[in-house]
Design a protein around this ligand. Structure first.
Ligand SMILES: NC(=O)c1ccc[n+]([C@@H]2O[C@H](COP(=O)([O-])OP(=O)(O)OC[C@H]3O[C@@H](n4cnc5c(N)ncnc54)[C@H](OP(=O)(O)O)[C@@H]3O)[C@@H](O)[C@H]2O)c1
Length: 351
């Protein structure tokens, strides 16, 4: 990989991609970021600031996942393509096929069609997810930690549409990669990504998850829901290591540890005190199941995920990509501090 050749980052406005762009620039690389609307007034401020801080090394290019050939022009001369663009929506999604599956699957096909048509490209790093490794937490029953050998076989457009979209998109990517031998593919599988955001405009489910700790939705108790967790800065570093480590190959679980909503609440309370509506108790599964549909979850989701343990083996990413994961305490407190600084976190009224 020529360190001076430009790197294409799709979805550069995104929560995760913004940190990838920033670290690439700090490492001295030249970056081409694709965005749907390079003229929009909100959501590009941080990228413009990065472009100003690194003159001549960051350019923004218009591209849409659903437009054939959209990525061709921006990709010319790139040896590394980091494909992150894909919607991450949690809760109730009205039209999963249109809102999740098409952009993930068609988008991956479009980006990789451009890769096939661009002779300079040597490697593609695709942002997949732990949800392409497993579907529901109940899938853990009777087995050890999930590894890169596992695939999500239980999600559909109706049950767990976001995991389904990530799974079919990643499968398509491996299939397309397998039909040629000029470029190789490395996939990154983060758990829930938290940590400070460079932008307040992201619609990522990560933001929605942390907002639940300030908008009273967890004040009556947090569901016993275990999730993988990784710091956004470590997830970004994983993509770059996957791009530039010659021996990197295959899938990499990029997950620091597993955590529950209640544990996140405890960390927040220890650091930020009692003046925010952090959860104190575990919400009983039966109670959560009752009002789950109002909160945007199906009862099937609650049944198959709440109260089940979850574990991932991240040893490949540590051994082969050299990742050292930040502590959850740092990730969560830095994220919440950012929300306070951005005016997003609301305090309880003083009694
Ligand atoms: N956050 C997590 O916890 C997490 C965990 C595992 C994997 N991931 C994966 O990480 C990637 C980034 O997620 P994120 O959390 O950073 O979310 P995000 O902030 O919402 O970023 C999503 C990006 O996708 C772009 N995008 C969406 N639809 C598009 C379309 N039709 N055409 C072009 N671009 C489109 C968005 O561009 P616009 O600015 O134009 O909307 C945005 O840049 C996704 O692949 C997600 O599945 C995230």
């Amino acid at each position: 990989m020529d360190p001076d050749s430009p790197v294409l980052v799709t979805g550069a406005t995104g929560y995760v991609a913004s940190w990838i762009v920033r670290y690439l620039l700090e490492d001295g690389r030249t970056v081409r970021g694709t965005v749907r609307d390079p003229d929009k007034a909100i959501g590009l401020e941080h990228l413009h600031a990065l472009a100003d801080a690194h003159p001549g090394r960051l350019t923004l290019h218009r591209a849409d996942l659903l437009e054939t050939g959209s990525y061709d022009e921006a990709m010319q001369g790139c040896e590394l393509v980091i494909h992150t663009a894909s919607p991450f929506l949690l809760g109730k999604v009205r039209d999963p096929e249109r809102q999740l599956v098409r952009p993930a699957l068609e988008g991956t096909r479009n980006v990789l069609a451009s890769v096939d048509a661009t002779p300079s490209v040597k490697r593609v790093v695709l942002t997949s997810s732990v949800v392409a490794i497993h579907g529901d937490n109940i899938d853990m029953r009777g087995r050890g930690p999930f590894t890169e050998a596992d695939w999500n076989t239980t999600s559909t457009t109706q049950h767990q549409p976001y995991p389904y979209a990530k799974t079919v998109a990643e499968r398509a990517a491996w299939d397309i990669c397998g039909r040629q031998d000029r470029w190789d593919l490395v996939t990154i599988h983060p758990g829930l990504v938290l940590g400070p955001s460079l932008t307040t405009a992201s619609k990522s489910g990560s933001m929605a998850t942390m907002r639940a700790f300030t908008d009273y939705s967890l004040a009556a108790g947090a569901p016993d829901l275990a999730m993988g967790l990784v710091d956004v800065r470590d997830a970004a570093r994983a993509h770059i290591a996957a791009g530039y480590t010659p021996t990197a190959h295959g899938r990499y679980i990029t997950n620091a540890r597993t955590i529950t909503m209640l544990e996140i609440g405890r960390i927040l309370r220890r650091r930020f005190g009692r003046t925010y509506p952090f959860p104190y108790t575990k919400m009983p599964k039966r109670a959560f199941k009752m009002f789950a549909p109002v909160a945007g979850f199906t009862r099937e989701f609650v049944e198959k995920n709440v109260g089940w343990p979850l574990e991932f083996d991240n040893s490949r990413s540590r051994a082969e990509l050299g990742l050292e994961y930040r502590d959850a305490e740092e990730t969560i407190t830095d994220h919440f501090q950012q929300m306070i600084d951005d005016g997003i976190a609301r305090r309880l009224p003083l009694r």
